[in-house]
Design a protein. Structure first.
Length: 485
């Protein structure tokens, strides 16, 4: 280890920055964040200082520093291209007893600046000892994506209760278990989801209980998580985190295998799957199962295709939980229509085509399609139909019967966002026959509206394929479309 990593208490202490460019600005910025009073010496300040000028602990002197300017300074950053000025400032700062950092001159530094991942109060500092700042920045970028922005909330939560917990639970081992349970359990999740007040209140209660009875049976919880339309890359960080914590997962036919692979390996898997005809496990039974498992103290993951509140009956499933007082949380997902739109190059709204988009279900009750045709047949509107593949023939017929133009463009995106995605493009009058010929398997989204014509320009998967035909047939839709031409 070439340097000693430490975190310096700077609140209220003086620090000096010499230089007026972007590096100097960044240094002044972190110093202010850390609570220091910063004086910057520079004959001119770059634009990068603009926001700092407002900070009460920032002062600008439009001149070179003099030796007495460094008196009382804890730290000094020198970031100027004027070598003479840099050498003078460094010498003066050192003789005033400050620790000095000269930008890009590691040999002249008392300390080096790490790359910082800031989840205050959680802070990660990365150093390569000056050997490879670029590697440090790359690692920083990876950590930034790995560590949810909300992790700082966990640190804040813990910090606020450390003394209380130490008092309530004297045994270090029991205390550690307690903290693990807090951070990995419902209270930590509560904090991560942004509900600081509830997290504080629950933690205070947990501490009281722990003090009274020492040991605490775990409490179960249900995570209702949107798994997106298929491509695992479309999961949210939060979904992934909850998937990694689950003791048991309830999934169905729409849950992609690639997504299931990301669920914690040890988690028990329960299929509550449905096929359109032989019906799913009745909603009531799924809800009862969720309640039962949570009561056993388990972390229950209910994975739903797309977004749980979009034709997902997620609302119904959690009603039962709420009624039984089971803790639960809902994590949104990319819904099939937006996934399909992006992966098929069909924007759902567009200035020249559609100012609104409606999402409807084409699943008819008892074979009848009950849709509000007046609302659907608005001009300059896109209609996205879920669960409509089986009824496509009847749906398109009804559209036309209610006054829609048979030439109105329509597309069906089958297995959207998956490697097996297929897109059939046509018009209201033709698309059903084309889909039948293509023998689409579903699940599929139907998109109706002139935005469909933008696909030629905007399907990036198709474009990529045209550029590099050797990469394999990513989008069978390409051949589909070629046939149409
Ligand atoms: N909650 C889900 C929708 C559930 S309803 C969501 O937000 O996406 C089931 C319907 O969603 C299917 O009939 C189909 O219309 C659509 N769907 C789900 N996954 C899909 C996919 N990968 N491609 C196309 N449509 C999909």
């Amino acid at each position: 280890m070439r340097h000693l990593p430490i975190f310096l208490e700077l609140s209220g202490r003086a620090a000096v920055v010499v230089g007026g460019g972007v590096v100097a600005a960044r240094r002044a910025e972190v110093l202010i964040k850390a609570g220091a009073s910063v004086t910057t010496f520079a004959t001119a300040l770059s634009e990068d200082f603009r926001e700092l000028l407002e900070a009460p602990s920032f002062r600008h002197e439009a001149r070179d520093p003099e030796p007495k300017d460094f008196e009382g300074a804890a730290l000094c950053f020198v970031a100027t291209e004027d070598l003479r000025l840099a050498a003078d400032a460094r010498a003066a700062a050192k003789s005033a007893g400050a620790l000095v950092n000269v930008a890009d001159r590691p040999r002249l530094c008392d300390f080096i600046m790490p790359s910082i991942v800031d989840r205050s109060p959680l802070v990660i500092a990365i150093s390569t000892g000056g050997a490879s700042p670029i590697l440090g920045r790359m690692l920083k970028a990876r950590l930034e994506t790995l560590i949810p922005a909300a992790y700082g909330r966990l640190a804040r939560l813990t910090g606020g209760f450390r003394l209380a917990v130490a008092k309530a639970i004297p045994s270090p081992i029991v205390r550690r278990r307690f903290w693990e349970a807090v951070l990995e359990g419902p209270i930590g999740e509560r904090a991560l989801s942004g509900d600081d007040r509830a997290a504080d209140a629950e933690l205070a209660r947990a501490i009281e209980r722990a003090a009274a009875e020492r040991a605490e049976a775990p409490r179960g919880e249900v995570y209702l998580v949107g798994a997106g339309p298929g491509d695992p890359d479309l999961l949210t960080f939060r979904a992934l985190r909850l998937m990694q914590k689950a003791d048991v997962v309830l999934y169905d036919r729409l849950t992609d295998e690639g997504v299931m692979n990301l669920v914690r390996r040890e988690a028990e898997r329960i299929y509550v799957g449905k096929q359109p005809d032989d019906h799913e496990l009745p909603q009531g039974e799924i809800s009862a199962l969720l309640v039962k498992l949570a009561r056993q103290g388990k972390r229950v993951l209910r994975l739903k295709g797309g977004d749980p509140f979009m034709f997902g009956r997620g609302g119904e499933e959690i009603e039962a939980l709420a009624a039984d007082g089971i803790a639960f949380q809902v994590c949104p997902g990319v819904t099939a229509a937006t996934g399909a739109a992006a992966y098929a190059g069909i924007p759902l709204t567009h200035r020249d085509h559609a100012q609104s988009c409606v999402f409807v279900t084409g699943h008819g009750k008892d074979g009848k399609i009950a849709l509000d045709w007046g609302a659907l047949l608005q001009p300059r509107q896109t209609v996205a139909i879920y669960m409509g593949l089986r009824n496509l023939e009847a749906l398109t017929r009804e559209f036309i019967a209610h006054g829609a133009d048979a030439d109105l463009p329509a597309a069906v995106v089958d297995n959207a966002t998956r490697a097996t995605q297929r897109v059939v493009v046509g018009a209201l009058g033709t698309v059903a026959a084309k889909v039948r010929a293509a023998e689409l398997s579903g699940p599929a989204i139907i998109i109706i509206g002139t935005v469909v014509t933008l696909r030629d320009k905007l399907d990036w998967r198709l474009q990529a394929e045209l550029r590099s035909p050797a990469e394999g047939d990513l989008s069978p839709a390409a051949s589909e479309k070629d046939r149409e031409r």
